[in-house]
Write a protein that binds this ligand. Structure first.
Ligand SMILES: Nc1nc2c(ncn2[C@@H]2O[C@H](COP(=O)(O)OP(=O)(O)OP(=O)(O)O)[C@@H](O)[C@H]2O)c(=O)[nH]1
Ligand SMILES: [Zn+2]
Length: 383
């Protein structure tokens, strides 16, 4: 198992992905990016709503020459306006002079709408058209692990065909909505295997850690290889999604800590296998959003509703990266330790032969009973 270099892609494809990588980090640090459609479609300036700040808002108004709107997910729009029939995403024009703190409050599902005061009456909803710029801008904010809400302003004088040049002259990053499509698939393939070390673990002494670095500048993923798996036979594999609270701190809200250590113990006792430790904190909504989801759960929602109230899918994870790691490790066929049928079907769709599901269940405690019940009743987990 030699360390490998990133797979080469076409030059055009690589620059498309780079523009999305850069846009994600720019949004994460509260900067503006320019998003355009094709040919005569429109051109938008985009700012992640939860990172709204006075400098970026002022620059947005000055550069766009139009007043900004904020795009919020369905539940937030319903809570703010009291209107029950709302499309998946709505945009609300921001009245002149709205400050950045107010924008952040509009976007934050944990901020009580009553506290928005008189502003609430003036926020009227315009549905965001499915398909192009609006949804693409929200997707960028999700990939930045921020709330799925963005401030946008249409750049009235600039056509899509001139957008990249105009952005460059204005010191802005630019990308097109079509760059956003297909990004996840391309991103998963841009994974380099960079370092391997022997790391004896308490639960599986004969272990090596192989680190994979994504080319998008994101967090690394790890493969923990126990023993010397026979790659000609199905390999015992566990896909573990990062859970800082459960894995590291011993949180009792979930079953992750038990599942992590239990998997290593089981693989160790069987002599060989692989645990993929995937940087997908909070079912891939990120740690901060997971803590927000916990806050909503403390107010009465279950784990699925809490994600949806924040504007995320119940589970945002895709396992293309996991499949690519297995491919680079030479693993074609697996016995998968999981209770989650989605992991099985996604791996199979990515070309991994899942020959068996190995149940991976641990006793509940008084804090995670409800969470485990929801996994069984709402997300199809097999308990
Ligand atoms: N968004 C969110 N993520 C959570 C919550 N509780 C745990 N997680 C995350 O869920 C991931 C673990 O997923 P689980 O649903 O417990 O299990 P699974 O991986 O789907 O399925 P198994 O293979 O059967 O364990 C980790 O990334 C955790 O951080 C929660 O309430 N909200
Ligand atoms: Zn957890």
């Amino acid at each position: 198992m030699e360390d490998t270099q990133p797979l080469a892609g076409g030059k055009a494809a690589a620059s498309t992905q780079t523009s999305v990588d850069r846009a994600i980090s720019e949004l994460r640090r509260g900067g503006l990016v320019l998003l355009h459609g094709s040919a005569d479609e429109s051109v938008l300036l985009v700012l992640a709503a939860e990172m709204a700040n006075e400098v970026a808002l002022a620059a947005m108004v000055r550069l766009a020459g139009s007043l900004p709107s904020v795009i919020v997910p369905k539940n937030r729009a319903r809570d703010i306006t009291g209107n029950e029939t709302i499309p998946p995403y709505s945009s609300m024009a921001l009245p002149h002079g709205v400050d950045a703190a107010l924008v952040r409050q509009i976007a934050d599902p944990l901020f009580e709408p009553e506290k928005l005061g008189t502003l609430r009456q003036s926020l009227t909803i315009v549905p965001v058209r499915a398909g192009r710029l609006g949804p693409a801008s929200v997707q960028l904010s999700k990939w930045a692990r921020l709330l799925p809400s963005v401030v946008v302003a249409r750049v009235s004088d600039v056509k899509a065909a001139e957008a990249a040049r105009w952005a460059h002259a204005s010191g802005l990053l630019s990308l097109s909505a079509s760059d956003v499509e297909g990004y996840v698939e391309a991103s998963a393939r841009r994974l380099s295997r960079v370092a391997t070390a022997r790391v004896p673990l308490a639960d599986a002494e004969n272990s090596r850690i192989v680190a994979f670095r994504p080319a998008d500048g994101g967090e690394e993923h790890l493969a923990i290889i126990v023993g010397d798996p026979d790659l000609e036979a199905p390999v015992l594999v566990r896909l573990h999604s990062e859970c800082l609270t459960g894995d590291l701190l011993g949180s009792l809200r979930c079953d992750c800590g038990d599942q992590l250590r239990g998997a290593l113990k089981e693989i160790g006792s069987q002599g060989s296998g692989i645990l993929l430790y995937l940087a997908q904190e909070g079912r891939d909504i990120g740690l901060i959003n997971k803590l927000r989801a916990y806050q909503l759960q403390d107010l009465g929602s279950d784990t699925v509703d809490a994600n949806e109230q924040l504007g995320f899918e119940a589970d945002e994870r895709v396992y293309l990266t996991a499949a690519e790691m297995l491919r680079q490790l030479g693993v074609r066929s697996v016995r998968l330790m999981t209770n989650n049928p989605e992991k099985i079907s996604q791996l199979r769709n990515s070309g991994v032969d899942v020959v068996e599901r190995v149940a991976h269940i641990f006793p509940s405690n008084s804090h995670n009973e409800g969470y485990l019940r929801t996994k069984a009743s709402r997300t199809g987990h097999l308990f």
